[in-house]
Design a protein around this ligand. Structure first.
Ligand code: SD4
Length: 288
């Protein structure tokens, strides 16, 4: 291969740029690539101005912030996830502990909180005044369908210098979701998926639709057939559209050669890339 396009990191949305920077610094310090994924995502989780991930997120119908997150390691083909987790600001870190310290993949609700506390995580009040105001405004509206920056998942896919692939995602889900609702993000194969021989994918958008198509898994399987990441994403969006699915979704994908792409339904979304050449924000390809 002529140009060695790795390490390479891609992340969803504009806030992905902050996550990428920290992930890149962590990686280039020689730390574990999983630390890079986790620390990158932590930055977005801890940012109170991001009201769709971690601390400061918009709560569910009952006024509680419930968080979903997952992490997956290519070399071990292991994953960990948490769903409907309350009172912990960094669910990606809890997901990693699930992966590394248990034989389980997914812990939910009270069990996930109990596990987090047992592993040294501190309880915090996740609801901020800003998020509460937004919640009050939206509470009586129908679920917001349009794409906006306040309402989305951080998904990060990383190809390291050894060409191993890792991915993580974290979200509070759809704003003002029904209490107990879990989206795609903690579901392996939906919100994210990694096959270390092929590539990695992460999703954003309406989780119900992503889950019903096993979206991230399907894109990796397309790439397995030799389809480049961009076309692999396009094909899944088109399949959704062909079945009359109209809720907004988006995917980012990265393969083992360091090729990447992103596609979304009807409306573009920004995603952030970071590699040796520098960093950039790009727009997803819109498919219908
Ligand atoms: C979910 N996929 O829970 C997440 C939310 C999201 O744009 O990314 N919304 O369905």
């Amino acid at each position: 291969m002529k140009s060695l396009n790795w390490p390479l990191i891609i992340s969803t949305w504009n806030f992905g740029a902050k996550a990428n920077r920290v992930a890149w610094e962590t990686l280039t310090r020689g730390e574990d690539p999983l630390d890079a994924v986790e620390k990158g995502i932590n930055v977005v989780e801890k940012d109170p101005d991001v009201t769709s991930v971690g601390y400061g997120s918009i709560p569910n119908t009952d006024g509680y912030v419930e968080l979903d997150a997952a992490i997956m390691s290519g070399p071990t083909h292991k994953a960990g996830a948490v769903a409907a987790l309350k009172e912990i600001a960094t669910p990606i870190s809890v997901a990693r502990k699930v992966m590394e310290k248990t034989n389980s993949v997914l812990l939910v609700g009270d069990g996930a909180l109990k596990f987090a506390l047992k592993n040294g995580f501190k309880r915090v009040t996740l609801l901020t005044e800003k998020a509460k105001e937004k919640w009050l405004k939206r509470k009586n509206q129908e679920r917001v369908k349009k794409v906006d920056d306040n309402h989305d998942t951080i998904g990060l896919v990383l190809l390291d210098s050894r060409r191993n692939i890792y991915a993580g995602c974290s979200t509070s889900g759809l704003a003002v979701k029904i209490s107990g609702r879990v989206g795609d993000s903690p579901i392996i194969g939906a919100g994210l998926y990694v096959d270390n021989e092929i590539g990695g994918v992460a999703a954003t958008g309406t989780g119900e639709q992503i889950m019903m198509f096993c979206g991230s898994f399907l894109i990796v399987e397309n790439m397995r057939r030799g389809i480049p990441p961009q076309e692999a994403c396009d094909a899944v969006i088109k399949r959704m559209a062909s079945k009359g699915q109209k809720e907004w979704v988006g995917f980012i994908a990265l393969n083992k050669e360091g090729q990447y792409g992103a596609a979304s339904l009807e409306k573009e979304f920004p995603y952030a890339i970071y590699c040796k050449k520098g960093e950039a924000i790009q727009k997803s390809k819109v498919c219908e």
